[in-house]
Ligand binder design. Sequence first.
Ligand code: EPU
Length: 339
Amino acid sequence: MNFQQNVSLKALNTLGLEVQAALFYEWRDPVVLSDLLNAAAACNKVHWLGGGSNTVFLRDFDGLVIHIATRGIQHRFTGEHTVLVTAAAGEVWHDFVQHTLANGWYGLENLSLIPGTVGAAPIQNIGAYGVEVRERIHRVFGVDTVSRQPFTLDQEACRFGYRDSIFKSEAARHYVITAVEFALDTEFTPRTAYGDLAQHAAQLAHGETISARHVADAVIAIRRSKLPDPHQLGNVGSFFHNPILPASLAKVLLQQYPDAPHYPQIDGRIKLAAGWLIEQAGLKGARAGGMAVHEQQALVLVNRGDATAQDVLDLTAHIQKTVRNRFGIMLQPEPLFID
Ligand code: EPU
């Protein structure tokens, strides 16, 4: 295995932090996996990197970074209206979603334009505009990097929750996802109840029946209006989880702030909008060094060009403290911090 030395990760983390990997490997060929696992076992530290869109490197990485760049999409029809589509972990998520739509395979359209890769999607159960990816995940394939044994987990075994899955747990710390199988429909059923998505899609349809393409284009337009393009302004999407509170606590807060956006969960708890809490705490535009709270969406923190990991930590702490003092809620960061 030929590992590169002292490679910049600036273009491989969407926050755009200037960090280096002591050793680096671009993994494109699935066939070399067992050699790669053997070679990686000899390294003191290994980090498997997808699209770098949910990753904050706190310093130079003093070990081996493996960039998962495998490609390939296969499909098979399993019923009159169902197709199982398997994509390699390194496929770019948005391009994969557009590929499914172009083939008339539906169910992922609301998840258009989410940064990152297919292999990263199950880890935090990516979700947007009323749809979570877990609804479409049939099986997840991967390898345990310690035992070097492959695994296959069905949807239930993945233990999906809001921005959560088994892949975030201690038990699965050594798992690497190599491919994901999605169960998609060949007939389209729109899911447009979230916010003003239905209105946007209807506008694009110009009186015709709303298609999956209209929904995808509406999602793309809404995202572009609120969420900065990481190529222009480094960011990792939502920086904090939306907090989920017990109903009793949420009730007290909602009595005081009846306008606060809130979403009842099936288990009776209430999800609040972290972006709203941050904005109400007066933090839109707040800065720490090169990092700032985005003006169009307070849940997104942006790198103004020269931010350091310390700036990220400082702004995170400032937001957490200010929101806690105002609302008594401790916001939890969404991205993975790599030390
Ligand atoms: N809001 C504000 N001010 C803000 C931001 C939001 O008042 O600065 C309010 C909005 O007006 C709205 C509510 O908060 O009433 C929710 O805002 P939005 O629809 O923008 O969604 P979000 O809760 O901030 C979540 C996901 C996003 C996803 C959107 C759309 C999380 C952590 N984030 O954001 O996912 O795109 O919903 O479904 O759940 C991501 O995870 O990286 C991500 C971008």
